[in-house]
Write a protein that binds this ligand. Structure first.
Ligand SMILES: *[C@@H]1O[C@H](CO)[C@@H](O)[C@H](O)[C@H]1NC(C)=O
Length: 162
């Protein structure tokens, strides 16, 4: 009896350790909501959804259109721009355009020229936003960038060559 129990443990323990070592955090609801505090958990499939525990109360949440879940996301609490998130195979929804914005939230170029301003959309309303002085908006980076890296002159208004 002791012999066969030993055999079983020898077989089971390495298999268990291998499983724990290879476990991939795919997200999912917590088994228990902590009683105090606010905690957010990634959704298994949807990059824009998450689970929330607020003082022990569980809820399923969805980021505003155009944002993805991030524990430290601050564009809207627990949500940030998707280019700051590794969504991997997780899904993002289709855009819900307004008359001013393709997505409810996002950054968009004003035109394709070397522009020191860009549109920042929030709740479907676009706001003209300034780059820091001397920079122009680079939509491939979704950030402001040095004009010479984009083929713009230092005033940031015209391209060197067209
Ligand atoms: C959670 O509980 C604390 C202490 O009672 C309270 O200050 C806080 O406002 C609560 N937060 C939420 C999200 O309910």
């Amino acid at each position: 009896m002791a012999f066969s129990l030993g055999i079983i443990l020898l077989l089971v323990i390495p298999a268990y350790c291998t499983y724990v070592g290879n476990e991939v955090p795919l997200g999912g609801p917590p088994s228990v909501c902590p009683e105090l505090g606010v905690f957010a958990y990634a959704h298994e499939q949807a990059c824009d959804q998450f689970y929330l525990c607020q003082n022990g109360t569980f809820s399923s949440e969805t980021c505003p259109n155009g944002l993805a879940f991030a524990a430290d996301g601050k564009v809207v609490q627990f949500c940030t721009y998707p280019w700051h998130v590794k969504c991997g195979d997780k899904t993002m929804p289709d855009p819900i355009p307004s008359d001013q914005c393709l997505w409810q939230f996002g950054l968009f170029p004003i035109d394709d020229a070397c522009n020191s301003q860009y549109f920042k959309c929030a709740w479907g309303i676009r706001y003209v936003t300034d780059c820091d002085e001397g920079l122009v908006y680079d939509d491939t980076k979704k950030a402001c960038n040095w004009p010479d890296l984009l083929g713009c002159n230092s005033e940031g208004m015209n391209r060197f060559s067209l």
